[in-house]
Ligand binder design. Structure first.
Ligand code: ADP
Ligand code: GLC
Length: 478
């Protein structure tokens, strides 16, 4: 068995703000059949500590980057979980990264540097009493972990993988914090943590890791270019073949319409008529009436997700005969725009601002199509949930959306392989065209059923991602 330590800032079901949590939470199960035993390390947010009443203390740091901390052991499903309990850093109200008003904590660099430092010390066996073969660091919050490991010297033999879930979030901090990171002086430089004169937490990880992965093959190509690399394209390109794309998968224990307890009615590709009960439940929850396909959105409301473009088209969507059930939160102006559209179109547009895990399942199980007009999308999970649930994805052709949806063009329809609708370029015209095309397909009921069924038959299980990560680990370990 390969022993891996996976370090991240979130993991479903303990703490989640987005797809990162889904993937980190499901990875141990996905890797286990491929000979990898995974321990997950998370920050000790109050919410996480509250879910581990029987935690055991396995290590004590009098001063971890100057802060007292303890390592607690618990479990994440059937797998070991370690939690960094450092009250000075994590015992606060609010979310993982920001206070209740949405303002990022000023000391996020220290919070996640401490997490990364702990990860490196634990992985190398310097503390905690065991050594890991491999350290897997997710996103900028864990970016310093491979760097701490590297600057500790290679004698421990532990290899590292850095996974980019979103290169837009880089953890770039004022250079003045460098001494507080307790790295050797030579770590300040291009060969190290320096990034355009600042400290780059993600950059440090990408520089130091033995391998870099991102969450889809297309995004792995895109981030070699300035439009997507957001400043890191040079480093990504320089690391060449060490950068690969491993597509995310979905956890069948959580996302499966035949067993999902959060649906009003369960169904399979053979019993799609039973889905109607979920559609009625969505109509009731969102105050929708009349006819026409129900589009849904389950998303952070941000520029990345193209939600401004969608917001500009809501009157058109209704005029074309569509309905919308939207669940999301994010930019205040966008929340307002969606609310205003719901006020203008009672019965046709329903909006729920907020984060609601159970409702996200009901929407996938009851809406007809899910709109994902992202300007960039490293992988995207909601289109995968849509495919599995017969909620046809309507997506921009970028990143993981390009890799997972087969556009219903004439050839794909004739071959019976279409699973959704794709469009190029996140512009009002392109998105309007995609919505119109979706509505036309919906009105051709046999075709629509075929698209739903084909999507439900697609295999995006985490099992596949697990096999690929395990093969990468083996390759690194020789
Ligand atoms: P990202 O991580 O960029 O936000 P993904 O598509 O990878 O995008 O993952 C988003 C995850 O968060 C999915 O599990 C999705 O269902 C969930 N999600 C997003 N917004 C909400 C919301 N408002 N309520 C419930 N779940 C949400
Ligand atoms: C990020 C990306 C999203 C991806 C998720 C999990 O949040 O924005 O595309 O699916 O990470 O890898």
């Amino acid at each position: 068995m390969i022993q891996a330590l996976s370090v991240a800032s979130e993991a479903y079901p303990l703490v989640k703000t987005g797809g990162l949590a889904d993937v980190v939470g499901a990875l141990p199960d996905a890797l286990a059949p491929h000979g990898v035993a995974t321990t997950t390390l998370l920050p000790g947010y109050p919410k996480v500590l509250a879910q581990m009443p029987d935690a055991q203390v396995v290590h004590h740091w009098p001063a971890l980057l100057g802060v007292e901390a303890r390592l607690l052991a618990g479990s994440l499903g059937d797998h070991p979980l370690w939690v960094l309990d450092a009250p000075a850093l994590f015992a606060r109200d609010g979310g993982p990264y920001a206070d209740a008003s949405g303002r990022d904590w000023d000391d996020n660099w220290r919070r996640f540097a401490a997490l990364s430092r702990a990860a490196a010390e634990l992985a190398s066996g310097a503390v905690g009493g065991r050594r890991f073969d491999l350290l897997h660091a997710h996103d900028w919050q864990a970016g310093l972990a491979p760097a701490y490991l590297r600057f500790a010297g290679g004698a421990h033999g532990t290899k590292s993988v850095a996974t980019i879930h979103n290169i837009a979030f880089q953890g770039s901090v004022d250079a003045g914090v460098f001494p507080a990171l307790e790295l050797p002086p030579h770590a300040w430089g291009i060969e190290g943590v320096e990034y355009y004169g600042a400290v780059g937490l993600l950059k440090a990880g990408l520089w130091a890791a033995d391998a870099i992965t991102t969450v889809s093959p297309t995004y792995a190509e895109e981030i070699r270019r300035p439009e997507f690399g957001m400043g890191l394209e040079g480093l990504i390109a320089a690391r060449g073949a060490r950068v690969t794309g491993i597509l995310n998968g979905i956890d069948p224990a959580v996302w499966n319409p035949t067993t999902d307890p959060l649906l009003a009615a369960r169904y399979s590709a053979d019993t799609l008529d039973a889905r109607a009960a979920n559609t009625r439940a969505v109509e009731a929850r969102f105050g929708l009436d009349g006819e026409g396909p129900i589009f849904t959105v389950v998303s952070r409301l941000t520029w990345q997700k193209g939600m401004d473009v969608l917001a500009s088209l809501l009157d058109d969507l209704v005029a074309m005969g569509g309905r919308l059930a939207m669940l999301g939160s994010g930019d205040r102006a966008l929340e307002q725009a969606f609310r205003a559209a719901a006020d203008r179109h009672p019965g046709r547009i329903g909006v729920q601002i907020g984060y609601d895990e159970p409702l996200s399942h009901l929407l996938q199980g009851g809406a007809d199509a899910i709109l994902i007009p992202s300007r960039f999308e490293p992988c995207g999970l909601t289109q995968l949930y849509g495919l599995a649930y017969g909620c046809v994805p309507v997506v921009a052709r970028t990143g993981g959306l390009a890799d997972t949806v087969i556009d219903a063009n004439v050839a794909a329809l004739d071959a019976g392989v279409a699973t959704g609708v794709q469009f190029d370029g996140v512009t009002p015209q392109a998105l309007r065209g995609a919505i119109a095309r979706t509505i036309a397909l919906y009105r051709d009921a046999p075709r629509w059923r075929q698209i739903q069924r084909r999507g439900m038959a697609a295999d995006f299980s985490l099992e596949n991602s697990g096999a690929r990560y395990a093969a990468l680990y083996r390759h690194l370990l020789g």
